[in-house]
Design a protein around this ligand. Structure first.
Ligand code: GDP
Ligand code: MG
Length: 594
């Protein structure tokens, strides 16, 4: 295909602003899908995607429009996948920005537009849902103009639902988005921007050829991974997968090369011809780095090996999460897992429970701290409170920070300032993007955001505010390890690293919670929260004698023995910590309440 005829683009939209519906209309208008086979949200494949309305794994599809070939490249819509968004955008020359004409632009969409601008992409903006009575396209066109500098008269007005304006949008794509610039004669360079594992074909990667030609049967080299493979199949998605013999500059398609692990075909990887390699890989490759960590344990200890198998399989499909075995006194055998962000953590957990039929307990999420030791030049990375070195060895601790951007109706500015300040955030910017909507930018510790910041933001603004964030380096803080002790013994699942100003409050709450959850024992049980050996909060579970023998008035010794045996049985389902018998459920509830 002549590159001049090709247009490569991503659709950027906030959740529910109509990206899937617009994709459906485009598939229909370009006759890519037989009307009889058309169903809603055609390109959204995973159950979780449909239910949560987000794209986890990018789909891309080739359609034809008036002698042109358009590749729609799907980008993950969530900030956790920022790097993947960036890789998908690197495969494009332009983006279509879809904004709900009754809602206006949201923080994540804005962040993705800034990414598009950084990649020098052409932005074609469209206000969607103009069929809605509440639509106010003039107002939101002015907003987009003000905040992104896109001329309001150039903004299209469409209804993805009725199809109105969609042909004009396709025309605008062809007119305004530049064609790819690669050359057939240059040495081969193709960008992998997504990979997934298929149980029959192995790894299937989405690729964009940048220079040269990629041919079926060629020996290829992955420049970053330094691995050599052979092209088993290349093809395009129409959207049905259709093998082709070669892909030239600007073309987008898929690659199968007998790879068994998506970790070997990561987003950002450059593929070249083994026998005639390009001198350098394409720019911008980066290993994804987990930011949020937690322990995952099977509720039923017998499911440990099932959990391990499930993690191995899921990892084939998602190279960006990490796991390693860990043991907890309270929860038994499990895994310490790392995720790109909170949503990523939820998705992985949900997929494990759903696709592998497991019942899991997650410990409180943690971040990665940098610990400087006395008299040593290098730092230790700690993402698990139980691995924090003794206080006496620690010179200082640094914690990760985020730069967050919030877009909110002006009436909620006060409550959001309060929330951000409580979470140790420092305001960096506040700007009215339209008379009644405000963008606020804060620098804030990641640890303060991972707990329930997003839920708080939503509930304080009735769902009207949106949030975006990016990593913003490390900073020293007064952090301490808070232990919770039962009958004098620390319970690992409840330890956490926390800012000193919040330790007391947290410790007291934890102790109260546990007092309610743990049944009475035969003796008084102290619950203590302590920092470095110093107790900061204390509760006591009063003794109760569960006297199973009370009902047997003397006499029948064998009946007594039977009852005692039965009581022992019951105790097997309990965990014993510091001689205290605790039902597994108490742990689960205590961890959930956070
Ligand atoms: P996505 O999350 O961006 O993929 O959004 P969807 O395409 O799933 O759309 C979210 C909701 O908005 C769905 O209920 C759609 O039916 C609805 N929707 C999408 N486009 C339009 C439109 O142009 N008009 C109206 N009235 N509803 C729309
Ligand atoms: Mg969608």
């Amino acid at each position: 295909i002549d590159p001049k005829q090709i247009r490569n683009l991503s659709i950027i939209a906030h959740i529910d602003h109509g990206k899937s519906t617009l994709s459906d209309r485009i598939l229909e208008l370009t006759k890519a899908v037989d009307p009889r086979e058309m169903r809603e949200q055609y390109l959204d494949s995973m159950d979780i995607e449909r239910e949560r309305g987000i794209t986890i794994k990018a789909q891309n599809v080739r359609v034809s429009w008036k002698d042109h070939v358009i590749h729609l490249i799907d980008t993950p819509g969530h900030v956790d996948f920022g790097y993947e968004v960036s890789r998908s955008l690197a495969a494009c020359e332009g983006v279509v920005l879809v904004v709900d004409a009754s809602q206006g632009i949201e923080a994540q969409t804005l962040a993705n537009c800034y990414l598009a601008i950084e990649h020098n992409l052409e932005i074609v903006a469209a206000l969607n849902k103009i069929d809605l009575p509440a639509a106010d396209p003039d107002r939101y066109a002015a907003e987009i103009d003000k905040i992104l500098g896109i001329d309001k008269d150039s903004i299209l007005r469409i209804s993805a639902k009725t199809g109105e304006g969609v042909p004009e949008l396709l025309d605008a794509i062809v007119e305004r988005i530049p064609s790819p610039s690669g050359s057939t004669d240059a040495k081969t360079q193709a960008l992998i921007f997504d990979s997934y594992y298929d149980q029959y074909r192995g790894v299937v990667s989405s690729i964009r050829v940048v220079n040269g030609v990629l041919r079926s049967g060629t020996k290829i080299k992955f420049m970053q991974a330094q691995a050599v493979h052979e092209v088993e199949e290349i093809g395009v998605r129409l959207p049905a997968t259709t093998p082709v013999s070669e892909l030239g500059p600007g073309e987008v398609g898929y690659l199968i090369a007998g790879i068994k692990d998506v970790g070997e075909a990561r987003s950002g990887e450059t593929v070249t011809d083994f026998n005639d390699p390009a001198p350098a890989p394409l720019a911008g490759y980066r290993d994804p780095k987990p930011m949020v960590f937690c322990g995952l344990y099977p509720v039923d200890g017998d499911e440990f090996s099932d959990l391990r198998d499930a993690l191995t399989k899921l990892k084939l499909n998602d190279a960006s999460f990490t796991y390693e075995p860990e043991t907890s006194q309270a929860l038994g055998f499990g895994f310490r897992c790392g995720f790109l962000g909170l949503l990523h953590m939820e998705i992985v957990r949900e997929r494990l429970e759903r696709e592998f039929n497991l019942n899991l307990i997650a410990t409180a999420p943690s971040v990665k701290y940098l610990v400087y030791l006395n008299g040593k030049p290098d730092t230790v990375e700690v993402d698990n409170p139980s691995e924090l070195p003794p206080v006496s060895n620690i010179a200082k601790i640094e914690e990760p920070y985020l730069k967050i951007s919030i877009i909110t109706p002006a009436e909620y500015v006060g409550t959001l300032m309060e929330l951000s300040q409580q979470r140790r955030g420092i305001m960096q910017k506040m700007e009215y993007i339209s008379p009644d909507r405000v963008e606020m930018v804060y620098r804030i510790p990641l640890a303060e955001v991972v707990v329930d910041f997003f839920d708080q933001l939503k509930s304080r603004t009735k769902g009207y505010a949106s949030l975006d964030y990016e990593a913003d380096g490390y900073q020293e803080a007064e952090l301490v390890k808070l232990d919770v002790l039962l009958n004098g013994v620390p319970v690992d699942a409840f330890s956490c690293i926390i800012h000193r100003s919040k330790a007391y409050d947290h410790g007291r709450k934890m102790a109260q919670k546990l007092r309610e959850l743990i049944p009475r024992q035969l003796f008084d049980v102290p619950i203590q929260a302590s920092i470095g050996g110093k107790v900061i909060a204390r509760e006591t579970i009063k003794a109760r004698r569960k006297d199973v023998l009370a009902k047997c008035y003397g006499g029948d010794i064998s009946r007594k023995r039977k009852l005692l045996e039965k009581q022992k049985e019951g105790k097997k389902k309990m965990k014993s910590i510091g001689r205290v018998e605790i039902p597994q459920e108490a742990f689960i509830s205590a961890l959930k309440l956070d």
